[in-house]
Unconditional design. Sequence first.
Length: 170
Amino acid sequence: MHKAIAPKNPEFRAEARFQRCSPQKAKLVLDLIKGLRVEKAINTVAFTNKRIAPVVEKVLRSAVQNAQHLSDERGLDVDIDNLYVKTAVANDGPRMKRIRPAPMGRAFRYQRRIAHIIITVAEKKAAAVEVEATPELEKKTAGKPAAKKKTVAKKAVAKKTPAKKAAAAK
């Protein structure tokens, strides 16, 4: 019998593939929400004036729903209000090759770019537990004075004159 061990800090993700937006433009919106709490990230994306912003909001909401569903299904103790955006990336998808008419019967090729948007959310754990001061630690630090910073004066750099100016002066 094997028991499935639940990870200590599970991550939940959602994808929107084959979106008609270049990854570079999608990253402008995704960079706004990286590391933010989910509630603040949804508000940020809702008021962003980019064409891809509604898609990013939909993916973000989907990731939260995935977290809620999987936590119920697997019996994980996940606080939905404590989720934050761990990663938000826009990868390159396949490119559509197109042709634009050019002067004198020629044709210019260009590419329509496609993005795969992936958002991962995770639960932010509580702050680290404070270390209690032990008598041994106090003894070690009691006799030592606090470290002082030394300031170092910088020398002014002498300007070099080009050889041409020196020759012209003679």
